[in-house]
Design a protein around this ligand. Structure first.
Ligand code: ADP
Length: 445
């Protein structure tokens, strides 16, 4: 301010001096006063010009074209420029933060929709676009209820009670491939709404599977238990002779064995699901395993057919001399399940052929071919489901639990192998497990 005042005084002094110098001696005082006024006016014009340049620059608002103004106006320009720069930087920072925040919402596995007070869409992420079939270009600022026309959602939205989640069908839901969404609205800010959506189809399916499984297990256990309880009551209440007692006790033992096998298979399945995949360090000698399989198969066949003369014709040929890396216990369990199925479902005297062969692509195939009743094609894709049976009574009569092929499939998967089923009704079936070559060691041959 002092400088400004001094410059004003200097202008006036220069004006006065010029008046004094230029005027005749008699009029020197008068001209000096006139010079003083003119000097003051000049200062005012210069000052005005500077302030106008500054005003022009401020109006243009172009930071790159900086107004070069000196003096106090220059200082004001400098301060204004710094303030605007700081504001611009703050704006850029908050824009970057907003961008990162939206990227984070975009990466969310859940659908996110931001709705303004009236329910118009302000923003949504790609997942919400997939869940509700929204298009970023077409649907922005549209009313959400106009685009998502599910009646359940319409009444949820209208009721304005968002304390709980709403389950509704997803956009691509069809009766054969249902898609279930869980949706909830959260009020925020001034009447705005945040909508979160989750695809709960897999959860629902897992829940349904768990319910089915529990129901199946209960049913499988209840039947032998009811029979056992009935026999116990008979033994307690009726005066039976020795041969009747023996008969009833034998029937009770069969039911108890049935429950035992079921519990054993359930434990095997849960072990298979809960343990890490078999390592590559354990080596299983396949010819030894095949010999054990043959002995077990022969005794099962004679038990089921009631004597060696009626037993099945069991042939083990082309047994590859090799080692397999994996769990010997699991491999034996899977292979004996396939063999015992062949024995149980093939009528007495039927032929069963077991092979362990090297395929042209160096994989190894274990196969069991039987001359049994065969399986109709529509059943084949479902055979490895737990408790799925084509012929319930045949399965139960021969001690089946309905879990054998589920165990085989698990063991195969854990060893990186594939389970193949070929069958012709009336002619027989071939069940085979094809092992990858990284599990096979042929060097012992
Ligand atoms: P189960 O204990 O009932 O044998 P599995 O899971 O081992 O259960 O087999 C499922 C169903 O597949 C059986 O109930 C049976 O109907 C059918 N199945 C399995 N193996 C054979 C076979 N070799 N021949 C005919 N049907 C078979």
């Amino acid at each position: 301010m002092l400088l400004r005042f001094l410059s004003f005084v200097v202008f006036q002094a220069l004006g006065a001096l010029a008046g004094w110098y230029l005027a005749a001696p008699a009029a020197a005082v008068k001209f000096s006063l006139l010079g003083l006024v003119v000097g003051g006016l000049c200062w005012f014009v210069v000052d005005m010009t500077r302030s106008l340049r500054l005003q022009h620059w401020l109006r243009k608002g172009d930071m790159s074209d900086v107004a070069t103004v000196s003096g106090v106006w220059g200082e004001i320009a400098d301060r204004a420029r710094r303030l605007v720069r700081a504001k611009e930087q703050a704006l850029r920072d908050s824009q970057n933060r907003l961008h990162e925040f939206l990227l984070a919402l975009q990466a969310s596995p859940n659908g996110v929709v931001l709705l303004e007070a009236q329910g118009h869409i302000e923003w949504f992420n790609q997942m919400a676009g997939t869940h509700f079939g929204l298009d970023a270009k077409r649907d922005m600022l549209q009313h959400f209820s106009n685009l998502v026309r599910d009646p359940g959602f319409a009444s949820y939205f209208a009721a304005h009670d968002f304390k709980s989640e709403l389950d509704m069908p997803g956009r691509d839901s069809t009766p054969s491939r249902p898609v279930k969404l869980s949706v909830q609205l959260y009020p925020y800010g001034e009447g705005r709404l945040l909508l979160l959506s989750r695809d709960v189809t897999a959860l629902e399916q897992a829940d349904a599977m768990r319910r089915d499984f529990v129901a199946n297990v209960s049913h499988e256990i209840r039947t032998p238990l009811t029979v056992l309880a009935g026999f116990v009551e008979t033994l307690q209440t009726l005066p039976l002779n020795e041969s009747e007692r023996v008969h009833y006790l034998a029937l009770m033992s069969t039911q108890a064995q049935r429950m035992q096998s079921l519990v054993q298979d359930l434990l095997t399945l849960s072990r298979l699901e809960g343990s890490p995949p078999p390592s590559f360090s354990e080596r299983v000698n396949m010819p030894t395993l095949m010999r054990q399989l043959q002995e077990d198969g022969a005794s099962l066949s004679s038990v089921l057919t009631g004597g060696l003369d009626k037993a099945h014709v069991l042939v083990f040929d082309a047994i590859l001399d090799c080692e397999m890396t994996g769990s010997g216990h699991e491999l034996l369990s899977a292979m004996s399940n396939l063999l015992s199925n062949a024995i149980r479902y093939t009528p007495a005297g039927g032929g069963i052929r077991v092979r362990l062969a090297l395929l042209p692509d160096d994989r190894v195939e274990f196969s069991v071919r039987d001359s049994g009743p065969g399986i109709a094609p529509e059943h084949i894709p479902r055979l490895t489901e737990r408790f799925y049976r084509v012929d319930r009574s045949r399965s139960r009569d021969t001690g089946g639990t309905g879990l054998g092929l589920a165990i085989v499939k698990h063991v195969a998967q854990r060893h990186g192998a594939e389970l193949h089923i070929q069958s012709t009704p009336g002619k027989g079936s071939v069940f085979s497990i094809v092992f990858p070559n990284n599990r096979v060691n042929l060097s012992i041959a």
